[in-house]
Write a protein that binds this ligand. Structure first.
Ligand code: GLN
Length: 449
């Protein structure tokens, strides 16, 4: 734990991965664990890890990178934190993100932008940019993230680390600050596939606090990764939409190399596959996720949570001024887009239509996965971009998510795995699996790594 804080002190002035450091508490806890002696059944005794700042931590400030929650200290722990506490982990601190996890660069944080440790002029991706940068900088071996439309996988791709979004329902969302509840899922960004498997195992499982959490048995993913793990005969689909002209040539080259490697390891690559609704994913996702967000964010009314405008004189002013001053531009954009899409006059034209597209996208996946084990392609069409280069143009920013959002619409598990470099910048391989089959994704990642 001391070494983790030493490393954070070395790197974080430049990288700015953390909003809040938990140094005093963490060192106290580590010392207590040293004194108690490490119990054999505690899987994480004294292991320092980081937590995205939209996951609530009892007694430790949780901001969602929003002015709205700048001084918010939760009175309870998220279920994932309870599970980690039960294994004696050490929480070193809370990592930066796009405000309420809305964004793809951490530039939407109300406080500061995180920098990519591979090139400090570039974004770390988002919205879990702080978590990915903390792992890439060597501060911690794992950091919790959330993924509504790619927020674990995209920053993992940009930072050359491993990020897995579990199947929807695998991990309890209790205590994750809600964005798009039918898409949100908590998962890990880690320095290795095996660490990811072990950590995800620990946070998975049914939870009475989350009706959508699944009672499926959680396999021993990590223990199943060993010298016998292989990909012989594994059927890998590479949809033609995943490597088309929209993908930067350097990225395509890295991915083709990775696929060749899987072929050498005995997998069967099938590139004669189409996912025709992929291109509708971004518009449909931004309507649906923003609709859910507009509803979830109603609770920030200046009364129940967080910020209240100091100059408000009437009840109406409390609502209007608190929300006007407490939310950033991107959050307001989504609330407006979502409220519009849900309004009586436009519901059928927007929300309902987008919901139908969601079904078509899920069917695309079902068709391909019925006779393939995995789907692969790039996580992003390009490597990390320059800070400031896209923030003024939301549509360009949204288009970065073209390959990640369909997975959330179908609720499937998917990983971004370091695959190589394009001009010195990391490129992630996107590995999508069948629902509740995280094991096959981990197996592929493990043999490739
Ligand atoms: N970039 C996407 C968005 O802005 C995904 C965010 C996320 O997964 N939290 O909505």
């Amino acid at each position: 734990t001391k070494a983790a804080f030493d490393r954070i002190k070395e790197t974080d002035d430049d990288v700015k991965a953390f909003i809040t450091l938990n140094e005093d508490e963490a060192l106290k806890r580590a010392e207590a664990i040293d004194n108690e002696g490490i119990a054999a059944d505690k899987l994480l005794a004294g292991v320092p890890l980081a937590v995205k700042d939209n996951i609530v931590t009892k007694g430790l400030k949780t901001t969602a990178a929003s002015k709205m929650l700048e001084n918010f200290t939760p009175i309870y722990d998220a279920t994932v934190i309870e599970k980690l506490n039960a294994q004696d982990f050490i929480n070193v601190g809370k990592t930066n993100l796009d405000e309420f996890a809305m964004g793809g660069s951490t530039e939407n944080s109300a406080f500061f932008t995180t920098h990519n440790p591979w090139d400090l002029t570039r974004v770390p991706g988002g919205s879990s940019g702080g978590s990915a940068a903390a792992v890439a900088a060597g501060d911690v071996i794992g950091a919790l993230g959330t993924d509504t439309g790619g927020s674990i996988r995209m920053p993992s791709s940009y930072n050359n680390v491993v990020g897995l979004k579990p199947t929807y329902g695998r991990v309890s969302r209790w205590g994750a600050i809600a964005f798009g509840s039918s898409f949100d899922q908590i998962g890990w960004i880690t320095n290795s596939v095996k660490n990811n498997a072990l950590l995800t195992e620990i946070i998975s499982g049914q939870d009475d606090h989350d009706m959508t959490s699944s009672d499926r048995q959680v396999p021993n993913w990590a223990a199943n990764l060993n010298e016998n793990t292989n990909v012989k005969g594994l059927r890998i689909a590479v949809p033609k939409e995943y490597l088309d002209e929209g993908i930067q040539p350097g990225v395509r080259a890295v991915i083709n190399n990775a696929l060749k490697h899987f072929e050498e390891l005995g997998a069967i690559i099938d590139a004669d596959v189409s996912m025709p609704h992929t291109k509708y994913g971004v518009p449909a996702y931004y309507i649906l996720a923003s609709s859910e967000a507009s509803s979830n964010l109603q609770r920030y009314d200046g009364i129940r949570y967080g910020f209240r405008a100091p100059d408000a004189k009437t009840l109406e002013e409390v609502y209007v001024k608190s929300r006007t001053q407490g939310f950033g531009d991107e959050v307001k954009r989504r609330i407006m887009l979502g409220t519009f899409s849900l309004s009586a006059g436009f519901y059928d034209a927007y929300f309902n239509k987008a919901a139908k597209i969601r079904t078509l996208i899920a069917q695309d996946f079902a068709n391909v996965l019925k006779d393939h084990d995995l789907i692969m392609g790039p996580t992003g069409a390009n490597p990390a971009f320059e800070i400031g280069s896209e923030i003024a143009d939301p549509k360009t920013m949204y288009m970065n998510d073209i390959l990640t959002v369909p997975v959330n619409m179908a609720g499937l598990p998917a990983m971004s795995l370091p695959a190589g470099f394009d001009n010195g910048l990391p490129v992630g391989l996107h590995i999508i699996g069948k629902a509740f089959d995280e094991q096959t994704i981990y197996n592929a990642g493990y043999v490739f790594e």
